[in-house]
Design a protein around this ligand. Structure first.
Ligand SMILES: [Zn+2]
Length: 559
C-alpha cells in the first residue's frame, strides 16, 4: 500500500488532537493515518463467487448456504479470538443456474447472503439475465452493496451502481471497489442492458483508486471483481480479467482482487502456472501479480476462500491462505467394486436457522417445477430410437430455442442431449428437465462461411444411432460422401467470407461427441445459459406449441 506524502506522527491521533493542542498540519496527518505505529492488525478476507442459484445443497449433500454459514461462523470466531476482524465478499453471478432459484428470481440466494453476513459483492454478468427491474428488486432484498464502478447509464453518463464501499475495522479504512466484465454486453439479452455502457474496468479502477486516495485515503484497497482469472493474463476471446487488471494498476495501489466469472480455484504451482494437481482440501497458493493478490473460490459455494492478512505500519502482508471445501465429496471404490461418495473433510453441519429459512424457498421451487408452463398440441419427438436417427420436431425446437436466445443464424444440437419426448398436452418445467437434465450451457461462435463449412463437414456427417448425430435449425444442406454441399443459411446460399453465428452446447464446443474443439476459437462465447431454462422459456413464450411447425421439411438431405 502506497501512502503518498504521508508523514507519520505517533503522538497526535485524531482523538488526542483536541486535547493536546497539535498543530493543524499534525491534525491533518493524524486524520490521514488511521493506524497505530508498530501495531499489528489482523484482517481476514473471506470470499466466494459464482453462486449461480446454489442456495440449497445438491442431491449428494455437497455445498449449500446452511453448511456455509456454520463454516463462516467458525472462521469468524477464529479470527476474533486472534483479535482480528473479517470481511465477507462475493465475486458476483448470484443469478442463474438452478431452476428452483431461477423461478424465484434468486430471492433465496440474496436473502441467504444476508443471513451469512456478506459485506459486499461485485455485479456479475448474470445479474443482467433478468430485466433491470428484477435487479433493482434484488438490490432491495440485499442488505449489502452490489458494487460496480464501470457500468454507466448511457443517457446521463453517470454510474448506474454504487462503485465502492468503505469499511472501517479496528480503526483501519478498507475500500472495496466493484468491477464487472465488459463481456456482459455480449452475453446477455441486448434489451436488458440497452441503457447501460460497460466501460473498461481497468481504467475505471485506476481512476477511482486515484480519487479515493485523495478523498477517503483508505489503508487497504480491495477490488471485488467479476472479470475472470486467466493465467498470465492470456484471456483469449474473453475480455481482460483480474491478471490484466492487477498488471495495469500502478504497483502498490491495489492490495487484493477477489474475483469470479472464470469459475476456477485460483491455486498456483508457480508464477503464471496453475496447480494442475489441486484437489479439494489441498493447500492453495493464490496468484500474485504486480504486488496484488488474486483469489477465486471456484464456484457454487463449493469453497470458502480465507485470506489472513497482517497490517503493520502501513504495509499489508498475506500470512495465510486457505480454500476450504464446503462438504465436498469424492467417489471411493469399495471392495466389491461399487463406488460411494464420501466427504473429503469432516462433514460441516447445516446451520439450523439458515436451513429453516431457505427450506420453504426450496419447496416452493420444487412446487413450481410441477406447475404447468405451457402445452403442446402433439408429441414432441425425443425418443432415443428416433432422435438419434433423423431430424425431429423436438430436436429442431431445442436448436431454435438456442438460436433465438443467442441471436444466432443457425443452431447445432447433439441428439445425445435430447433425453426424452414431451407428450401431447400440458407440460411442466420438470418435463423439460427430463428432456435436458445435464445442465449443459448454450454457447455461440462467430465464424466465417468457409470455417462453417469445415465445421459442418465434421458435425453433419456424424453417424446415426449415436448421440453425436446432430439436429439443426436455420441451416439447409446436402450430406453426401462425408461432405456437405449446397449449404444455405437463413434461406440464402452460404457466403464463404461472411461471418455467421451458430450455437452448440458447451459439451460439444469442448470436443464432446467428437465435435471440433471450438472453445479456443476467437469468436466463441459461453453464454452461461442452461439448456433446460432456455428450452422452457422458449416453449412457455410460444405456447401452445404446434409440433408441425418444427417438423423437418427436408432441410438436411442425406444422400
Ligand atoms: Zn460470469
Amino acid at each position: 500500500m502506497k501512502h503518498k506524502g504521508l508523514v507519520r506522527t505517533a503522538l497526535c491521533s485524531a482523538i488526542l488532537a483536541g486535547l493536546m493542542g497539535c498543530t493543524n498540519a499534525e491534525v491533518e496527518t493524524a486524520q490521514v493515518q488511521n493506524w497505530e505505529q508498530d501495531k499489528t492488525y489482523h484482517l481476514t478476507i473471506l470470499h466466494t463467487n459464482d453462486n449461480h442459484g446454489r442456495f440449497w445443497h445438491n442431491q449428494n449433500g455437497e455445498y449449500g448456504m446452511a453448511a456455509r454459514k456454520t463454516l463462516l461462523d467458525r472462521l469468524r470466531a477464529d479470527v476474533e479470538a486472534q483479535g482480528g476482524t473479517a470481511l465477507l465478499l462475493s465475486g458476483g453471478d448470484i443469478n442463474t443456474g438452478v431452476p428452483e432459484s431461477d423461478m424465484l428470481d434468486a430471492e433465496p440466494d440474496f436473502k441467504g447472503m444476508n443471513l451469512l453476513g456478506y459485506d459486499a459483492m461485485a455485479l456479475g454478468n448474470h445479474e443482467f439475465d433478468n430485466t433491470l427491474d428484477v435487479l433493482m428488486q434484488q438490490q432491495e432484498w440485499a442488505d449489502f452493496p452490489m458494487l460496480s464502478a464501470n457500468i454507466y447509464d448511457r443517457e446521463s453518463g453517470e454510474r448506474q451502481f454504487q462503485p465502492y464501499q468503505i469499511f472501517e475495522q479496528q480503526g483501519l479504512k478498507i475500500a472495496v471497489v466493484g468491477l464487472t466484465t465488459e463481456d456482459t454486453a455480449k452475453v446477455v439479452s441486448p434489451e436488458n442492458v440497452a441503457t447501460l455502457e460497460f466501460r473498461d474496468p481497468k481504467a475505471e479502477a485506476q481512476a477511482l483508486i486515484n480519487e479515493l486516495q485523495e478523498t477517503e485515503k483508505p489503508d487497504v484497497i480491495i477490488a471485488v471483481t467479476h472479470m475472470g482469472h486467466y493465467v498470465d493474463g492470456k484471456h483469449g476471446v474473453n475480455a481482460p480479467g483480474d491478471v490484466a487488471l492487477a498488471r495495469y494498476i500502478e504497483a502498490g495501489d491495489l492490495d487484493m482482487v477477489v474475483g469470479g466469472h472464470s469459475q476456477e480455484p485460483v491455486c498456483m504451482e508457480g508464477p503464471n502456472m496453475y496447480s494442475k494437481t489441486f484437489r479439494p482440501g489441498d493447500e492453495c497458493r493464490p496468484d500474485q501479480q504486480n504486488g496484488t493478490w488474486i483469489v477465486q473460490a471456484h464456484e457454487w459455494g463449493k469453497y470458502v476462500g480465507k485470506a489472513d492478512f497482517e497490517f503493520r505500519n502501513g504495509e499489508l502482508s498475506l500470512v495465510n491462505y486457505d480454500l476450504i471445501p464446503v462438504n465436498l465429496k469424492e467417489k471411493v471404490t469399495q471392495e466389491d467394486g461399487s463406488s460411494v461418495r464420501v466427504f473429503i473433510q469432516d462433514e460441516i453441519p447445516h446451520d439450523q436457522a439458515v436451513s429453516d429459512f431457505l427450506r420453504p424457498f426450496q419447496e416452493r421451487g420444487q412446487e413450481l417445477l410441477g406447475e404447468v408452463v405451457g402445452e403442446t398440441t402433439g408429441k414432441l419427438e425425443g425418443d432415443r430410437n428416433v432422435v438419434r436417427f433423423q431430424q425431429t420436431n423436438l430436436g429442431r425446437l431445442i436448436a431454435k430455442a438456442h438460436m433465438e436466445r443467442a441471436n444466432a443464424d443457425f443452431a447445432v444440437m447433439n441428439s445425445g442431449g435430447v433425453r426424452d419426448s414431451i407428450a401431447e398436452g400440458e407440460f411442466t418445467y420438470r418435463d423439460v428437465l427430463i428432456v435436458q437434465p445435464f445442465g449443459n450451457i448454450v454457447t455461440y461462435t462467430d465464424m466465417v462461411g468457409a470455417e462453417v463449412i469445415d465445421y459442418l463437414n465434421v458435425v453433419a456427417t456424424k453417424p446415426v444411432d449415436s448421440g453425436a448425430y446432430a439436429q439443426f435449425y436455420g441451416v439447409e444442406m446436402t450430406v453426401e460422401n462425408n461432405q456437405v454441399s449446397d449449404v444455405r443459411i437463413g434461406g440464402e446460399a452460404i457466403d464463404l467470407e461472411k461471418t455467421y453465428r451458430f450455437t452448440v452446447p458447451e459439451f460439444n464446443a469442448a470436443g464432446g461427441d467428437g465435435y471440433p474443439v471450438i472453445t479456443d476459437h476467437a469468436g466463441h462465447v459461453n453464454t452461461g445459459f442452461v439448456d433446460a431454462e432456455v428450452l422452457k422459456a422458449y416453449m412457455q413464450e410460444n405456447s401452445p406449441i404446434n409440433p408441425a411447425d418444427f417438423d423437418p421439411q427436408g432441410e438436411i438431405e442425406y444422400k
